[in-house]
Design a protein around this ligand. Sequence first.
Ligand code: C2E
Ligand code: CA
Ligand code: CA
Length: 756
Amino acid sequence: MLRQVYSTTRPGWRSPTRILLPVGLVTLVAIVLAAFSLFWAVRQSNDVSVERQIRTTERSIQAVVSELAQQQEMVAVWDDAVEKLREPQLDFDWLDANMGIWLHRTFGQDQVYILNERNEPVDAMIGGERVPVSEFGLIRPSLNSFIRDIRQTADEHGGHGHERAGSSYLTTGKAVHDAHVIQLLGRPAAVSVMKIVRESDDIPQEPGTEPLLVSVRFLDDTFPKQLAERNLIEGLHFSSSNLPRPGEVSVPLKSDYGDTIGYFIWKPELPGSKILKVIGPSTALVCALMIVVMGWLVRSLRSSMARLESTVVELRASEAHAQHLAFHDVLTGLPNRALFDDRLDRALSRSAGGEKSALLMLDLDRFKNVNDTLGHQAGDNLIRELAGRLSGLVRTHDTVARLGGDEFAILLFDIGGRTDVEVLCSRIFDAVHQPFDLLGSQAFVGVSIGIVMMPDEGVDRIDLLRKADIALYHAKNDGRGCHRYFELCMDEDVKRRATIEEELREALETGDSLKVHYQPQVAAAGRPVIGLEALIRWQHPTRGLIAPDQFLPIAEDTGLIVPLGDMVLRHVCATSKRWPNLFIAINLSPAQFRSNGFAERIVKIVRECGADPRKIELEVTENVLLGDKLTRDALRKLRSSGFRIALDDFGSGHSSLSYLRRYEVDKIKIDRSFVQHLGHTADADSAAIIKAITTLGQTIGLTVTAEGVETEDQRRFLETTGCMELQGHLFAKALPEDRIAGLMASDMRARPSART
Ligand code: C2E
Ligand code: CA
Ligand code: CA
């Protein structure tokens, strides 16, 4: 489960570039395509237009010769002209008006000559004016061959046109001419020679006597203008050399001999470019707008994507943080119980395959002391420091977890066996026993460890944790500061304890099976009964009478000791009122002192019962005096309320004498074991110890009591030592209250039978 939680899969969302790139590309391609299409259309349209203009110009140039002939034909095939030219005295006015000058004015012919049958010029016109006929001499050399040809043509072809290389003959009806494009007087010119013939047969005309009409049209002067007007081509001009400026086109003009004699040059009309000029700016504007809009879109998309991304990153970070918090202890950063459970499950599944691992449950001893005396801040520091020390002891693949409070757990994966655990435990003890520097003072704590080996002790997590807790409990019970492996018998013990706990709870509720017995305490001198010790008994319905050793530790662990203690105290109060001359001792365990408002409650109960606290002796063990500040405060409060304090089982524990010197107690009860060893050679020290304690008590003014007195020898020894009070089976066992009365009446010395 946790493995899934820790997975780092990213949710499938697109990055801005993954969206923006294709969109931007598509837009760019669209713009480029549109621009390309536009320019292609413009180019096509321009090309077509240029092509058309070139072809039109070429056609016009080709047509110039035939047009010249057609113009000539209008006057050359004419009866009147034939007749007028036969007259001996030529009528030049008529000739000008109807032929030379007319052709110039009407068709723009530059030069017109009329030749007689001997090919001599009889009339000449240049630029629309009559000139001397001698002018023909200038151009005759260039025309001689045409004149000769046309004279022969009529004879050969009888009026039918044909083509010959370098010249053309044309006949339309009666007209016969020979027309050419040539270089004339250094200029390009269309030249046509035509016979002047009768129109009808009304007048006679001898073949070979026909006069000739010669027309010249220069192509470099008015012709280009006319060409431009006719074909709607602006700026067309002639140039002898082909030097078009950029953007201009040219069409060559070839003479009939095939040589190029010049060029017509012009700047072609480009409709595509015109359209482009009109729609270009608006199209560019639209494109620019599109790019701007795209840019804006990209920007805003980018920024929202960036925002989204940063939100996702933040979310992920807080998710990771939450995850960490969910599975780690805040104070130490160690895995918490949830993560530890997961790791334990993993260890179990691996140990199912035969791998050995171990679970160590750790609990600090005396940690509460640190918290109580140095404060919680110091306690936190200690836990943190300890977490660091523990983490340093294990391998990286092992787990150290904090389960709460001063409870830690360690999981050792893949180990050889108990030897590895032993090594770690001794390291843990070493590490824990190093002093902790806390807020300027040093603190010492201990640790108890409960251990479960896997797979030996099962494969169920809950069961293993329970077993580790049991082992830990045993480690603590066996004096703390040690480690214990879980064993099957521990489990049985736990079951037994659980049963006892349940039954004890019931007994406390009903209250009739729990009895308080009293064991008398006698004065050494004269041995009258001077006091009683209240000792609890449990009359179990099936198991019979159960001694306190069997159920008191359970009552202490489960907190049942508190109501139990209260019950005994009420009993003691009642008994105390009945025997006002005796003091009555009651046993108090450390667990009772740890309960809330313990001292106040004791005082209150005694007051409620109307008993005298000065007649009640509180028996405590060294643990109480060594306990935390709260415990010692409570004890002091009780003592100042009038209760006498007796130190029970003296000599069995730490035997620190410092509290005796601080006058915190009124009485010492020498532990039973010393008395019982009296007279045994194996333990000669006991007598010496008893002697020392008695002397000490006398010195500092404490009453000294010996308990567990069973024999006359013991009694005698104790009396000679100076022990003031005695208690033991020699005088009486613990008895029900109603049997105390009879006992009181008799002399204890005279009643040795009381032992039974
Ligand atoms: P303790 O306070 O040391 O009580 C004296 C124990 O020694 C009693 O055992 C008593 O029966 C036993 N005893 C007295 N004289 C002799 C003797 O001559 N020979 C031998 N062998 N034993 C003798 P008990 O009644 O079993 O009590 C055991 C312990 O349980 C007590 O030890 C006391 O610490 C605790 N206890 C008993 N009653 C109460 C109680 O009401 N409250 C608390 N907190 N503890 C109690
Ligand atoms: Ca006692
Ligand atoms: Ca005792």
